[in-house]
Design a protein around this ligand. Structure first.
Ligand code: ATP
Ligand code: MG
Length: 569
C-alpha cells in the first residue's frame, strides 16, 4: 500500500474520551472511529488487523474440524421464549418490533438459533458430534460501554457450538476446542492464562476463560506458578487458614477517632495496617432484618460466597445508613462486633486476627487491642472474601499471585440446558430420542485487537505482535521527491518485498522524515526500512525493528532474505 493512496489521519494528542491506552492508541493511529456510544467504525488500517485475527481463528477452527456457518443477527422472540431467556436476559438484550409488530431481538449470542438449526439438521446419533462456528456481529446493550472496542455494544465474536450424543463426547469436543483456543492465542503472540470460571448466566457445567494479561484488565486473576492453578479472584475457594490465632499481647483500649469512618482513614489515623483492622458490613438477612459480615480491612466481600450463607438474603443487599442505625442502634462507620446484637459471621481470616482494631459502637470511637475469646465471643466463620496475593493455592502447590486480565475467550459445557428446553433431540442406537449434549465456545474478536495493544505498546505507540500487524514492513524513502534514484529504489524494493509475500507500506508522502518515523512507530509496524540516497549508492539500507532502540545498516541485496529470517510469524 502506498501511503499517498491511503487517507491516514493520526493524532499526537491523547483523545480526552479515551481512558485506557489501547483506546487512545486505536484512535490516535486511525484504526477506529466512534459513531455513538459503544459503536465503532473499523477504518481500513484497523480492519487489516481484524482480518488477520479472524484468519488465524478461522484456520484453527477449521483445523479442529468445526464447520463455519452464518446465522442472522436479528432473531425472533419465539425462540428466546422457548429457551426461557426472553424473560431472563434483562436489558442487555435489545428488543425490537417489525412493521407487523412481531417481536425480535439483536443477537447478543446465538444458543437459541443454533439449537433451532441443530434440531432440524441433526436427526441421528450417526451425525454426531458436530461443531458449528461463525464469526459475526453481536449486539449487547451494555450498561457502561467503555474502553473503545474492549467493551462495545456492537462487536465481533467468534462463537462455536458443539452437539454430542453423550457427556463423554461433549468432554472430547470441549477438550478439542480448548486446544484450538490455546493454539489461537499462542499464534496471536499474546501472553494469556486459562482460568476456571463461574458459568454464570449461561448455566451448565465446566467453564474456563482465556485471559490476556494486562494491567488495565477488568478481571483479577489468581494463579499459582507452582501447581498451575488459575481462577478469577472471586471464584477461588480459599482454603481454611491453618494454625491457631495469635496470642493477645495488648490490652483492650477505647480510642477517640473523630469522623474516622473508613478503613483507609482509620489505618492512617491510628497508624495501623488495614489488615489489622476489622471491617463490619451490614447486609439484609433472611430471618433477621440485618446480618453483620466481618472481614479484615484489606479484604473484599465476595457476593456469591455471602449469598451462599443461609442467614443472608439473596440477592445480597448492603443496608443503607438509616437501616443500619435502625437495626443495630449505632452509626455505620463506628460499628464493631463487640456487643452488637445482630447475627454475626466472620470471614475465616478475620476470625484469626489478634490485637485488632474495630468500631466501638459509639460515634467517633474505635477499640484497639481487641481479641476474640478474651474481649468478645469467638464468631461463626465462613469463607466470605475474594482471594488476594499470598493466599494458599486451592490446588495445594504454593501461594497465589494476582495479575489483571482481559477476558478474550470463554468455553462452556452447557449440557442439555438448551436442547431440553427446545427439544433438540437425535435418535440413538435403539431408536430412542435423546436431548443432545451441547458446548459453546466464544472469542471476542474485536476485543482481541484492543487487548493486544494493552499488552504491546510503548511511549511511541503500538508495538504489534507480528502475527496481526496491519503491515509487516514500512518503507521510508528520504527525499524521494528530490531524488529520482531514491524513488526508483523505493519502487523496486516495494515490488520485491511484496513479491516475497510481505505486506508493505510505502510512505511516499512528501513529509519530513521525523513525521514519517513518528507515524510508523505510532501505528506499530514491526519492521522499518529507510532508503537514504548515499547509503543506497553504497549498497546499504537502514533497518530498525519496532522493538529495538537502534537502527543498523544491512546490504540491500540481502534485505528480503534478512526480513524473512527476522520475521517472527
Ligand atoms: P464480560 O464478562 O467481559 O462481559 P461475557 O462473559 O459477557 O464477557 P461471553 O458471553 O462469554 O462474554 O462472550 C464471549 C466473548 O465475547 C468474551 O470472552 C469477550 O471476549 C467478548 N465480549 C463480551 N462482551 C463484549 C463486549 N461488550 N465488547 C467486546 N467484546 C465482548
Ligand atoms: Mg458481559
Amino acid at each position: 500500500m502506498r501511503l499517498t493512496d491511503f487517507p491516514l489521519k493520526t493524532f499526537k494528542e491523547v483523545p480526552a474520551e479515551a481512558e485506557v491506552i489501547s483506546h487512545q492508541l486505536m484512535l490516535r493511529a486511525g484504526l477506529i472511529r466512534r459513531l455513538a456510544s459503544g459503536l465503532y467504525t473499523w477504518l481500513p488500517l484497523g480492519l487489516r488487523v481484524l482480518h488477520k485475527v479472524e484468519a488465524i481463528i478461522r484456520e484453527e477452527m477449521d483445523r479442529a474440524g468445526a464447520l463455519e456457518l452464518l446465522m442472522p443477527m436479528v432473531q425472533p422472540a419465539e425462540l428466546w421464549r422457548e429457551s426461557g431467556r426472553w424473560k431472563e436476559y434483562g436489558p442487555e438484550l435489545l428488543r425490537l418490533n417489525d412493521r407487523h409488530q412481531r417481536e425480535f431481538c439483536l443477537g447478543p449470542t446465538h444458543e437459541e438459533v443454533i439449537t433451532d438449526i441443530a434440531r432440524s439438521e441433526l436427526r441421528s446419533y450417526r451425525q454426531l458430534p458436530v461443531i458449528y462456528y461463525q464469526i459475526q456481529t453481536k449486539f449487547r446493550d451494555e450498561i457502561r460501554p467503555r474502553f473503545g472496542v474492549m467493551r462495545a455494544r456492537e462487536f465481533t465474536m467468534k462463537d462455536a457450538y458443539s452437539f454430542h450424543l453423550d457427556e463423554a463426547s461433549l468432554l472430547e469436543g470441549y477438550e478439542k476446542m480448548r486446544v484450538a483456543y490455546e493454539r489461537i492465542f499462542t499464534r496471536l503472540q499474546l501472553e494469556f492464562r486459562i482460568v476456571q470460571a463461574d458459568p454464570g448466566a449461561i448455566g451448565g457445567n465446566r467453564s474456563e476463560e482465556f485471559h490476556v494479561l494486562a494491567e488495565s484488565g477488568e478481571d483479577a486473576i489468581a494463579y499459582c506458578e507452582a501447581d498451575g492453578y488459575a481462577a478469577n479472584v472471586d471464584t477461588v475457594a480459599i482454603p481454611a487458614v491453618g494454625g491457631p490465632r495469635g496470642e493477645a499481647k495488648t490490652d483492650l483500649e477505647l480510642v477517640q477517632t473523630p469522623a474516622v469512618r473508613t478503613i483507609d482513614a482509620l489505618s492512617a489515623f491510628l497508624n495501623v495496617e488495614p489488615a489489622d483492622c476489622l471491617k463490619t458490613l451490614v447486609v439484609q438477612g433472611t430471618d433477621a432484618p440485618a446480618v453483620a459480615l466481618l472481614l479484615c480491612g484489606h479484604h473484599e466481600l465476595n457476593r456469591i460466597k455471602a449469598e451462599a450463607l443461609e442467614s443472608v438474603a439473596r440477592p445480597l443487599r448492603m443496608l443503607r445508613a438509616t437501616e443500619v442505625q435502625a437495626a443495630t442502634g449505632y452509626e455505620p462507620g463506628f460499628l464493631g462486633p463487640k456487643e452488637l446484637e445482630i447475627p454475626i459471621v466472620a470471614d475465616r481470616a478475620a476470625a484469626v486476627l489478634s490485637d485488632f482494631v474495630c468500631g466501638a459502637n459509639q460515634t467517633d470511637y474505635h477499640f484497639r487491642g481487641v481479641n476474640w475469646g478474651r474481649d468478645l465471643p469467638v464468631p461463626a466463620t465462613a469463607d466470605l472474601r475474594n482471594a488476594v496475593a499470598g493466599d494458599p493455592s486451592p490446588a495445594g502447590g504454593g501461594l497465589l499471585a494476582v495479575k489483571r486480565g482481559i477476558e478474550v475467550g470463554h468455553i462452556f459445557q452447557l449440557g442439555t440446558r438448551y436442547s431440553d428446553a427446545m427439544e433438540a433431540t437425535v435418535l440413538n442406537k435403539d431408536g430412542k430420542a435423546c436431548a443432545m449434549q451441547m458446548g459453546c465456545y466464544g472469542i471476542g474478536v474485536t476485543r482481541i485487537v484492543a487487548a493486544a495493544i494493552e499488552q504491546n505498546n510503548d511511549d511511541h505507540g503500538i508495538v504489534w505482535p507480528e502475527a496481526i500487524a496491519p503491515f509487516d514492513v514500512v518503507l521510508v524513502p528520504i527525499n524521494m521527491d528530490k531524488s529520482y534514484r531514491v524513488k526508483e529504489a523505493a519502487d523496486s524494493l516495494y515490488q520485491e518485498l511484496q513479491d516475497a509475500g510481505f505486506d508493505v507500506l510505502l510512505d511516499d508522502r512528501p513529509h519530513r522524515p521525523g513525521v514519517k518515523f513518528a507515524d510508523a512507530d505510532l501505528i506499530g509496524i514491526p519492521h522499518r526500512l529507510v532508503i537514504v540516497e548515499k547509503a543506497w549508492d553504497e549498497g546499504k539500507i537502514e533497518y530498525k525493528a519496532r522493538r529495538a532502540t537502534d537502527a543498523e545498516m544491512i546490504p540491500v541485496e540481502t534485505v528480503t532474505k534478512f526480513l524473512a529470517e527476522t520475521r517472527q510469524c
